[in-house]
Design a protein around this ligand. Structure first.
Ligand SMILES: CC(C)(COP(=O)(O)OP(=O)(O)OC[C@H]1O[C@@H](n2cnc3c(N)ncnc32)[C@H](O)[C@@H]1OP(=O)(O)O)[C@@H](O)C(=O)NCCC(=O)NCCS
Length: 156
């Protein structure tokens, strides 16, 4: 995908190893428990669906997911702090949904912290529904936090 929005060139494309420096900087400013550099290398080299969103060649967001048969699992979605609330998270997910539809994927799963209101609102606005919980899934300052499991039927 490539389009001009407000005279910025917006591009959604495959993540490559050369993107990892920028991805890691966003990851580290965004999460209390960020993924390591090695995890991103492993995802790229093990055929996960790894995508980046750039504005005028400036990397401002990314998504990591895996597709096994007709099920997708989103493992990481992140937008650079100063670019949040401009619709880029939604754009990344909508681009993924289009790709998955072409790939005959039927359902998408993801986990989210119950405390992550902005992410939950985003997912719910795009048709993801809560289907369960995973107890003590995420590390947290006082131990562990549960995860909400969300799912979206890709055919709709
Ligand atoms: C979650 C995240 C990816 C959202 O990206 P974003 O680009 O800010 O989201 P968008 O601007 O596309 O927002 C889309 C919708 O999400 C909701 N939303 C996003 N941020 C919100 C906020 N701070 N408060 C309330 N709703 C919010 C709104 O419903 C919004 O729809 P609207 O603009 O029609 O009202 C971003 O906040 C982020 O990178 N957070 C840190 C990493 C993270 O938590 N990732 C998710 C892990 S599960």
């Amino acid at each position: 995908m490539s389009s001009i929005q407000n005279s910025l060139l917006v591009n959604f494309s495959e993540m490559s190893e050369k993107d990892i420096v920028d991805v890691l900087a966003i990851e580290q400013e965004s999460y209390g428990y960020p993924w390591s550099e090695k995890i991103f290398y492993d995802c790229i080299n093990n055929n996960y669906l790894c995508r980046v969103l750039t504005l005028d060649d400036n990397l401002i967001g990314y998504l990591i997911s895996s597709l096994v048969q007709d099920e997708c699992h989103i493992m990481n979605l992140c937008v650079k702090k100063e670019y949040r609330n401009f619709g880029y998270g939604k754009l990344i997910l909508n681009e993924l949904h289009k790709e998955l539809f072409e790939l005959k994927c039927k359902i998408i799963f993801l986990e989210c912290r119950p405390s992550n209101n902005s992410a939950l609102k985003l997912y719910q606005s795009l048709g993801y529904n809560e289907i369960g919980k995973r107890r003590n899934y995420y590390p947290a300052p006082n131990g562990y936090e549960d995860a909400i499991i969300l799912a979206k039927d890709i055919k709709k």
